[in-house]
Write a protein that binds this ligand. Sequence first.
Ligand code: PLP
Length: 342
Amino acid sequence: GFAIPTKEDIIEEKNVGLIRLRSNENPYGPSVLARNAMRDSINGSNRYNWELLEELIGKIAQKHNLTDQSILLGAGSSEILNLVALYCSKKSGNLIIAETTFDYWTVTAENAGLKKIAIPLTADKKHDLTAMLKAIDADTRLIYICNPNNPTGTLCASEALLNFINEATKRTKVLVDEAYLDFTDQPSLANLVSENKNLIIAKTFSKIYGLAGARIGYAIVHPETITEMNQLHFSASGSVSIPSASGALASLKDDKFVAETILLNAEARKYTIEQLENLKIRCIPSHTNFVYFSLENYNKDFFEQLKKNAILGTKIYEEKGKWSRITIGTMKEMKQFIKALT
Ligand code: PLP
């Protein structure tokens, strides 16, 4: 596959304005408020600005109706996922995870000794919560639920997920990754952590707020669990840079940017799915800023068509059915994408 951009891709991008539909970034970001705040923050970057980090933590906590002690910042939610992997592998055992999902971070868990148990998605590409619950044994240290799921764009039904968390957290830690939840109208599960030491929520500023390159995300966790996690990792929210924290803080005030992103994404996504289906490419209904589709009935070389048109896609995630994913860019980019396939 081609998950990591090659040197050639980067050179091409500089030369011909490559269309990047690979990594589920927000094509409109950062918001203007965030750009200005990041620019203004540069002069203060000679200082450790703990107060700013505390202010950001306070605003995040307020947004989720929690105490500051429930929030842990990271340089992207990837740092949070890695930290959870380390935290949950202090004792050897297994990690239950869907196949197919966002799993790059599980190398950390596997290197730390956890054995991966992969549970297939259902036929409609959703998490099989019943099977995942059944798979828990005395050695299970962590279950990962990506909601909505990357790369399939599917969402767990609210009530089923709540029941699952209620049952599963009696026996093991559950990590819910809400990287794309803001594209849906489903509420965050953040409010559950004050009563549940075994539930960890991962969030990011990379997607809806368009700050992927700024590297900022956070965990929402019971304060006692955060204390334990911090024993594994010296930085304790301090891996976030001042410009990134400033951008994130400003982003939280920019509701208009979020609303516009949701709207523009929904329009471009609707167009993309309709056009793909016209080309006999079957799509999974998406709750996110990307679409998962089967190339089984597409008779050209998909990746060659992208390459010829300077479009960066991803890879085949599942050989059976030839399932791939495309990020929803701007409407103009999606029109170029469809034209490339036609
Ligand atoms: N979680 C999911 C589901 C993702 O798709 C991604 C990135 O694509 C991440 C986490 C990591 O993002 P970041 O480290 O930029 O917060």
